[in-house]
Design a binder for this molecule. Structure first.
Ligand SMILES: Cc1cc2nc3c(=O)[nH]c(=O)nc-3n(C[C@H](O)[C@H](O)[C@H](O)COP(=O)(O)O)c2cc1C
Length: 197
């Protein structure tokens, strides 16, 4: 299992959530590998069209760029949990940069798309400072589902955390901690194959 932290903020809410989930899954014998996107170079897609002609190849690969390896690790992992903070109603630019680089699969996975195509489960926890707003997570979820669909995944019901400005709002809130425990349990069940989706 891998946990992808999608914030550029070192030691912030996202990384706190990831650590808490990893601690809980480890206790149950399911180690989680935390991947911090902020430690990776992800050049922005320029829409050059090269991947449309040369499937699964991108002119930005190599030279220290991590997008290909990160996308591959998501596709190959037994389970990925995305932890994403809301930045201006969307994902942080860092994560959107990785999502855009998945354009390389647009042609490659064409045959696999469609309503009946099998999808593997993926998990997500989103956090935002605001406590209100019906549409607070809407853009993030739309983008995430579109990205996961392209990679052959289906997002399981996400955990949406409001009122999370800093890590203190996580560790001091028993409801948040309990919902993180539930998400950890769900990850363990999925890894062990005891949850059918
Ligand atoms: C650039 C930026 C934009 C943000 N935009 C929103 C927003 O639109 N709505 C919201 O509720 N919180 C917003 N926040 C607050 C973060 O979602 C919140 O503080 C979160 O816990 C930050 O997680 P992190 O420390 O892991 O980055 C924003 C924070 C930043 C830095």
């Amino acid at each position: 299992m891998q946990i992808l932290t999608c914030s550029p903020h070192a030691g912030g809410s996202t990384e706190t959530i990831a650590s808490l989930v990893a601690e809980r899954t480890a206790v149950s014998g399911v180690p989680a590998h935390i991947v911090q996107l902020r430690n990776h170079l992800i050049r922005p897609c320029t829409g050059c069209g090269y991947c449309a002609v040369h499937q699964d190849h991108c002119t930005l690969d190599g030279h220290g760029d991590s997008a290909q390896a990160l996308l591959q690790s998501i596709r190959e992992s037994d389970l990925t949990l995305f932890v994403i903070p809301v930045y201006f109603y969307g994902p942080p630019a860092l994560f959107k940069g990785l999502i855009d680089r998945a354009q390389r699969y647009w042609g490659l996975l064409d045959r696999q798309r469609g309503r009946d195509a099998p999808r593997r489960p993926a998990l997500a926890i989103l956090c935002a400072a605001r406590t209100r707003g019906e549409r607070l997570f809407e853009a993030n979820l739309l983008i995430l589902r579109c990205f996961l669909d392209l990679l052959g995944f289906r997002l399981q019901p996400p955990l949406l955390l409001r009122g999370i400005e800093t890590p203190a709002d996580i560790v001091a809130n028993s409801h948040v901690l309990s919902s993180l425990q539930d998400m950890s349990d769900q990850a363990i069940h999925l890894i062990r194959g005891t949850t059918h989706v």
